[in-house]
Write a protein that binds this ligand. Structure first.
Ligand SMILES: NC(=O)c1ccc[n+]([C@@H]2O[C@H](COP(=O)([O-])OP(=O)(O)OC[C@H]3O[C@@H](n4cnc5c(N)ncnc54)[C@H](O)[C@@H]3O)[C@@H](O)[C@H]2O)c1
Length: 314
């Protein structure tokens, strides 16, 4: 059984704790948070876990195999570096870091210590994106002409802007699905005043083969929107993560009727919680000593593209 220390028992940390504790392969041995209130809750939910306010003390314990880092983004690099230096495999919440240089540094340490780095890009473990990847790879509906992604409403953060917060999901999905980089980037970014972080962004990526991607990320919205539309040559696919069951709808172009007519197809999708899939992926990767998804510099590619989007049209 792999012994896990969770650092940061806030909103997302509670979900990680539940998913890792539910798997037989893991033992949630320690929970670290700097807030008394959160440690009290951790004690109630996981009475056998060691609790602490000091991640260094917990990560020096040689019996801990994996550190899960779900503290605020601005703390990720420091804690991840310390965990790797103390010979832990690490799962870090998205975004891994706000700097590709720091991502490279973490990889250098991981290599020296022979440890693995995992990042929670939840959609890469979702049934929806797995389904879409198969369709793209098999070219079921021809080539992709256009992608639009709308990700609106989320709590405002004070250590990163909306591109690093919500855009990370879009950039991780695109990097995973398309396996290529855009050749040009244009953006419009909205801020309330000089000091505040960008809360809404419109991002336009142009890829080779005339593929256009339009992304809207916004923290500010009365309704929660998580919708990706993919226009293929022979169909238009909607992926709506807010739908409970019918998350994917495929509108197939009806060749025999006029151009505006479509046949609707609703495929069956694996609805398992992505975090539980991520947890079992981590246990298998550690057992086999092979981390297939994160090889080929996936984390570096995602961080570099996010940096470029942040710099575009400044
Ligand atoms: N994968 C996803 O879809 C997803 C969703 C939400 C949040 N996140 C990411 O998770 C991270 C945390 O976000 P959140 O919404 O849970 O924030 P949060 O503020 O609710 O939780 C962060 C917790 O970390 C604790 N903390 C701060 N500094 C610490 C330290 N030095 N040592 C130990 N604990 C410390 C805080 O007290 C807090 O309880 C962020 O990086 C965010 O981007 C990812």
């Amino acid at each position: 059984m792999l012994k896990v220390a969770l650092i940061g028992y806030g909103y997302w940390g509670t979900k990680l704790a539940r998913n890792f504790q539910n798997l037989e392969a893991f033992d949630l041995s320690a929970i670290v948070d700097i807030k008394n209130k959160n440690l009290k809750l951790a004690k109630k939910n996981y009475p056998l876990a060691k609790l602490s306010k000091n991640y260094e003390k917990i990560l020096r314990d040689k019996l801990i195999d994996v550190a899960i880092i779900s503290s605020p983004t601005s703390t990720h690099f420091k804690i991840a570096k310390f965990a790797l230096e103390n010979c832990k495999h690490i799962l870090v919440e998205k975004p891994l870091s706000l700097s590709s240089k720091k991502v490279k540094k973490l990889y250098n340490i991981a290599k020296k210590k022979n440890k693995m780095i995992f990042v929670d890009y939840p959609f890469l473990f979702s049934g929806t994106i797995k389904f879409i990847k198969k369709i793209i790879d098999k070219k079921t509906y021809g080539k992709i002409l256009e992608i639009e992604s709308f990700r609106e409403q989320a709590p405002t953060r004070n250590d990163m802007n909306v591109i690093w917060d919500l855009g990370t999901h879009d950039v991780s999905i695109l990097t995973y699905l398309l396996k290529k980089k855009p050749r040009s980037i244009r953006t419009i970014k909205k801020v309330n005043n000089n000091k505040s972080l960008c809360h809404s962004a419109y991002i336009y990526l142009k890829y080779n083969n005339n593929l256009s991607v339009i992304i809207k990320n916004s923290w500010i919205s009365p309704t929660k929107i998580r919708l990706i539309k993919i226009k293929f040559q022979k169909a238009i696919l909607y992926c709506d993560e807010n739908e409970a069951l019918y998350k994917i709808k495929i509108y197939k172009k009806n060749q025999n009727l006029i151009a505006s007519k479509y046949n609707l197809n609703i495929p069956e999708i694996d609805l398992d919680e992505p975090l539980s899939k991520l947890a079992s992926y981590i246990s298998k990767s550690i057992k086999k000593n092979k981390n297939k998804l994160f090889q080929n510099k996936l984390n570096e590619k995602i961080t570099v593209l996010l940096e470029k989007i942040n710099r575009a049209n400044e």
